[in-house]
Design a protein around this ligand. Structure first.
Ligand SMILES: [Zn+2]
Length: 104
């Protein structure tokens, strides 16, 4: 199991989870803002993974590592549980950023 999968599978949402914030851009799409500071410029920062077992939901979770241009790192998660898809964010502490930032 890689570091991202382990981080997501062991995460306890009751203590640290934060809801995503989407802004309606008026063009039938929603733009994700940084869930930590609200900045609108966020990027993918690595390869998404599928995590089979997490504390929050019983089904699998698609976990996408992200960062904002103001320095925050988080994981955007889409998880299945009892017929529903739930979306949440996990803030990533600076000491666990696993190279999420782009190298360029
Ligand atoms: Zn931010």
């Amino acid at each position: 199991m890689n570091d991202l999968k382990r981080f997501v599978s062991e995460f306890d949402s009751r203590n640290k989870g934060i809801p995503p914030h989407f802004e309606n851009d008026g063009d039938n799409t929603l733009r994700l803002d940084c869930p930590m500071c609200g900045f609108e410029s966020v990027h993918h920062s690595g390869i998404a993974v599928i995590v089979d077992s997490v504390n929050i939901v019983r089904g699998s979770v698609v976990a996408i590592p992200m960062f904002c241009e103001d320095g925050c790192s988080f994981v955007l998660c889409h998880g299945f549980h009892k017929g529903g898809i739930y979306t949440w964010c996990i803030p990533v502490p600076k000491c666990l950023q696993w190279g999420f930032k782009p190298t360029a």
